[in-house]
Design a protein around this ligand. Structure first.
Ligand SMILES: [Zn+2]
Length: 184
């Protein structure tokens, strides 16, 4: 590995692009996903230890998967993107993945706000008014909160299946915790 990570990434991209073949164009792909009814959004954490493509064995033979990642895999933060995806790919399923030993269980909003106010003191009021996605209870509880939040959102098409999965970072095992249908 080169000392400079960006240089290494660009070098690897150069190699990647030598054998890359162009995917279908966006409008063709979106139309196919919409008509299949199989569109699936996976919302998971930004944590580098959690690789949703590996965990679920996702490769190009599985069509219609769209990834959303943020700190904690929190629904509130992902809402804008999921709302947009509702209008493009018409996903029938939204999967929320939270994991054990998540950073958001260790770093809570009070500490995050304190650190952000040091960076941007002029934004103190806005920072204090923002939710940063802390997980203060169990992963089961955070999944209840986020699956419930998406199920009740007016931006999620009624009937969309919303599933909460817990990923054990140590064993790799994923367990379904809950499920709802939007609009119920
Ligand atoms: Zn995490």
């Amino acid at each position: 590995m080169a000392a400079n990570v960006l240089s290494e990434l660009l070098a690897r991209n150069s190699k990647f692009s030598e054998t890359h073949t162009a995917p279908p164009d966006l409008l063709t792909m979106a139309k196919a996903v919409r008509s299949s009814g199989l569109g699936t959004v996976i919302l998971s954490c930004s944590d580098p230890r959690l690789n949703p493509y590996q965990i679920f064995g996702i490769d190009p033979t599985i069509k219609g998967i769209t990834m959303v990642r943020n700190a904690g895999g929190r629904a509130l933060d992902a809402m804008r993107t999921i709302a947009v995806l509702q209008t493009i790919g018409n996903p029938s399923t939204i999967v929320v993945v939270h994991h054990t030993d998540c950073g958001m269980t260790h770093f809570h909003d009070a500490e995050i706000k304190k650190a952000l106010i040091e960076i941007a003191p002029q934004e103190k009021d806005a920072i204090n008014a923002t939710k940063y996605g802390e997980i203060v209870g169990s992963i089961e509880e955070s999944l209840e909160e986020d699956v419930g939040f998406l199920g009740a959102s007016p931006f999620i098409r009624p009937g969309t299946r919303i599933v909460g999965l817990k990923h054990d970072i140590n064993t790799g095992v994923v367990t379904q915790i809950n499920e709802t249908q939007a609009g119920n």
